[in-house]
Design a protein around this ligand. Structure first.
Ligand code: SME
Length: 150
């Protein structure tokens, strides 16, 4: 499915949401199943007042990294920088937390509610350098849609 078609599906899931966790899970499953190079799709959220992220709904293999301190790994860095982070080749990163040996690249987009960075969507790919500006723009759309539920 095209990004355009996926945007309309995401909008419909959010517009018809009855349960936040379930809707986030459906979005993860949609993205993972429709975009061939999205091999793991998940949300992390700020864990209360702690300076750490906690894993939310995800689609893909289970990960040991259910808590990530701010500043650690790609996710922890985005919690601090408030900026998109596109990693074309995870091997080139020093501050990276490996979830699976098959992962070659990663993209993390922060999720803002009322201007505050409260979490993020994280995509792992088994393909090298697959992400373009279109992925960034699409995932920003997803985060902005999801924000209205939070
Ligand atoms: N690779 C991430 C950790 C989360 S897993 O990809 C699910 C990171 O470096 O922050």
């Amino acid at each position: 499915m095209s990004f355009r078609g996926l945007k309309s599906k995401v909008k419909s899931l959010v517009d018809n949401a009855q349960n936040v966790e379930q809707t986030l899970l459906l979005i993860c499953e949609l993205l993972k199943s429709e975009i061939p190079y999205y091999d793991w799709v998940g949300f992390y959220f700020k864990n209360g007042d702690k300076k750490e992220l906690k894993l939310g709904p995800y689609a893909g293999s289970a990960t040991d990294h259910t808590i990530i301190p701010f500043g650690k790994g790609i996710c922890g860095q985005v919690a601090v920088s408030n900026k998109n982070y596109v990693v074309p080749d995870v091997k080139a990163q020093d501050n990276y937390i490996a979830c699976s040996l098959t992962v070659k690249s990663e993209i993390v987009i922060p999720l803002f509610v009322n201007g505050e960075n409260i979490g993020q969507i994280d995509i792992d790919s088994n393909t090298l350098n697959p992400f373009t500006k279109e992925d960034e723009e699409f995932l920003e759309f997803v985060c902005a849609k999801v924000a209205v539920l939070l």
